[in-house]
Design a protein around this ligand. Sequence first.
Ligand code: GLN
Ligand code: ZN
Length: 759
Amino acid sequence: MNVRTSSLGYPRIGGSREWKKALEAYWAGRISREKLEEELSAIQESHLRTQRDAGLDFVPVGDFSYYDHVLDTAFMFDVVPPRFRKENGKEGLDLYFAMARGGENATACEMTKWFNTNYHYIVPEIGETAPRLVWNKPLEAYRFAKSRLGIAGKPVLVGPYTLVRLSKGYAAQEFESVVRRFLPVYVQVLKELAEEGATWVQLDEPALATGFPQEHLKLLEEIYGELSTAAPGLSILLQTYFEAAEPLGDILKLPVSGFGLDFVHDGGANLEALRQLEWPAGKSLWAGIIDGRGIWRCDPEAKLSLAEELAALVPGDSLILQPSCSLLHVPVSVRGERKLKPEVRGALAFADEKLEELALLKLALREGREAAGEALSEANAALAAFRALPERSRADVAELTRGLAELPDRRSTAYAERARLQRVKWDLPLLPTTTIGSFPQTPEVRQARLKWRRGEWNQEQYDSFIRKEIESAIAFQESAGLDVLVHGEFERTDMVEFFGEKLDGFLFTEGGWVQSYGSRCVKPPVIYADVAFTEPMTVKETVYAQSLTQRPVKGMLTGPVTILNWSFVRDDLSREQVALQIALALRQEILALESAGIEMIQVDEPAVREGLPLKASDQEAYLDWAVRAFRISTGLVRPTTQIHTHMCYCEFGEMIGSISDMDADVISIETSRSHGELIESFESMHYDKGIGLGVYDIHSPRVPSVLEMETAIDRALRVLEPEQFWINPDCGLKTRGWKETEAALRNMTEAAVSARRKT
Ligand code: GLN
Ligand code: ZN
């Protein structure tokens, strides 16, 4: 079988995050522009070499970026918001970075999630711009690969439909005309590519896999009709990913030469649809059969049969195998991992290993399974060893999960009654003041943790340092007049890592970094086995904090859905099943806190929205189990125990009903940036529980005045009952310094006092 292989994009950050380091050195003024370009070119070249040497038939070019590929696309077409034109004559790269990071006089462009991944792109602001081609990035990349390495690459570029869908600065009814405005510049890009000798171009249209209005089909026919005749000799690959491309029958009628489909994250729908359809003659199928965003090794036998079925559905030599999406979303290579158990290490596949998997499949399909015999048996053995790990199928966890059916997943007492009991128990003033949990992670705090991790400090030294931090945090909160205190989270690096290190079922890689946005990289924990509680994780610090004060101290935990959504998750169980395991483990922690006398407990769920499925039709099922997982962790406490939760964003939209179903006694939400809208949505649903709408933005060191916060409180009280309302900043304070934190919180309690006087 004559299959070929391709890829959609490679991680930018480099195996040792050299990309990030070079960028940050340039921003800090430590290296020159020439040096930056030299270093990034070297990185880009080595990535191309790696992909070529891995045996890809089509090496992507143009996926590399100095920050973000959507920003690149906007920049190519001169979509620069007017406020940046005044950036002291900045141009080229410095203007580009100003759009991403903010300039001297212009705030940065908005950043938002790239579909349902944890990658964030810069949102283009189209406004009145008349697009013109000022930088043919894919052409430049094509030439680069050709001249440096003799690679005739496959240029990739965000397609016009998706580009406009992801942009802002136009009215909904202008959508079609805005897309048309971009046609001439796309035509020009393709022409120049064809003249240079490129034979294929990949236009990324993931928006076609998120569900789109039927009436857009005509527009798509029109734009792709024009693009496909623009540059004779250049074939267009219309690439979708992250979900099924629906309706596939209509999409396959679009006048392009190839279609890229995701066969991993489509819920099986792409294959199912193909079985019912006739494949359009003469077109090629770019089949994403290797998981481009998960980190697990594939089962080669399963992939080979999938490839064989696809080959039978698509006649001729027109099947190309590839990852399901750009490898941007996985770390670079497993090679540097020296500390993992061999059974686990052998089951991982990051970007480089995924390219090896493709090469193996190609070999087995082209020359027969015997030709690939050794590598296939090695893969099968590795998978078998991983699957056999006892911690992946624990009887105790299975039993707990089975027991779920018998235990209630709701609080035994309805909210109204709980509220009455809690008012008596807690006797808080009207408009109680609190914070979201963390206090500044100063250099000293980070230093102390480092000393302890390196073994320079023993446990007792570290614990006593943490106790001192807690003491001063409690003393400060009392002096500032806060009503509900927190211990400050000094012992935590990161809200997921901290719990992952203490629960069973998680592992941490040494170098498993992925780009989150710009130069910011994250190293998600890996859930590789059954998740289980081992011992109390937060009791010691919270109880100590409570021993120092008469006021209530809130316990502080990260919720099950957030832990799930910020980790790489095993793929043999459903996400729901894994969320329930985490919920059960957290439930034990919450009960441990409660029996240690901590009866106000906050379970943070800032990442619920991150897991929201792309297709509206799948969202309800997700929200149902996400809410249930939260309720399972919090449902067994006494009616007088007060459960808080916190969320970090404000575009709730379809989620607002689910938030109420979580049944937390108090929710705090990050709102300072869009107060009005949010208050209205809570009002319109008659939200009856406790609610703290952040009264100031913690993302800047600016100290808000008393008056400013009073205004925010007044605004909220116009629609919310004073008995319902809590006063707090909009998120944790760990990225702030103490000076501004103290000043801001003192102003906040003063604003509360004066608001109370008025009510
Ligand atoms: N309790 C956490 C903190 O205060 C919440 C962080 C978050 O919302 N992302 O840092
Ligand atoms: Zn937050």
